[in-house]
Write a protein that binds this ligand. Sequence first.
Ligand code: GTP
Ligand code: MG
Length: 237
Amino acid sequence: MSENQRNFSDLTIIIPTLNEEQTIGLLLEKLDKDVPQSTVIVSDDGSKDKTREAVENHKGSIKTKFLDRSTKEIHGLTISVLDAIESSDTEFFVVMDGDLQHPSEVVPKFHKVLREGYDLAAGKRIEVIGKWPLHRKIMSYGAIMLGRFSLILRGRNRVKDVMSGLYASRTEIWKKVIKEKKGRFALEGYKVLFDFLRIYKTKLKITHVDYVFGTRDFGESKISKKVLWVYFKSLFK
Ligand SMILES: Nc1nc2c(ncn2[C@@H]2O[C@H](COP(=O)(O)OP(=O)(O)OP(=O)(O)O)[C@@H](O)[C@H]2O)c(=O)[nH]1
Ligand SMILES: [Mg+2]
């Protein structure tokens, strides 16, 4: 069976969003084609634009759910992903950005390796398309190195790119960690995968999926000094 013919009803795709009206509709159309019958949870932190309408108006083979977090006390990418995992009821999940920087066509590869028995599949950026300013390159490289070093020191499971926002795993494993240790995640932060690896002690069967990372063409970056500071502090937590 080719990857496109496969049924993805055991997979939930989690997309954290904040003002992504320019891209989310197109992303859902792509997922319809590349990951048919999957469930998509858009975990939204109170977008002021038409992100919600774009999700609710979408018609296709995927099942879309809009998780409205606008009235929650704590906002942030990490808690948005954790809430979505908690409300998910499929065996597997994938997390990806809503701004088209993560290619929808690699999602079936993540699904495949999980079905083969891996516990965690981490995306690994093999190339950045477009121009990234030098400070972004240095920041990204530095953050990956610090993250890896911190996991080595703790003797934890490791992945090649701890900063990747594209990764997939078994829902059951994460639900258990969230139930027992949610407070140990940097909830307002950005680096969910790093936090999970920092907290989770049991050996995992890990693999990597390569992908080409695009630069953001639409909407605004939400990376700020605040989230970098949250990440920096979590290295020493
Ligand atoms: N729910 C939620 N989503 C967020 C938050 N911050 C960012 N996002 C979403 O998380 C994804 C990644 O954020 P980006 O701003 O694209 O971060 P990035 O890709 O590292 O940075 P760029 O390369 O500049 O785009 C996007 O889908 C955002 O809409 C937040 O506080 N809450
Ligand atoms: Mg982005």
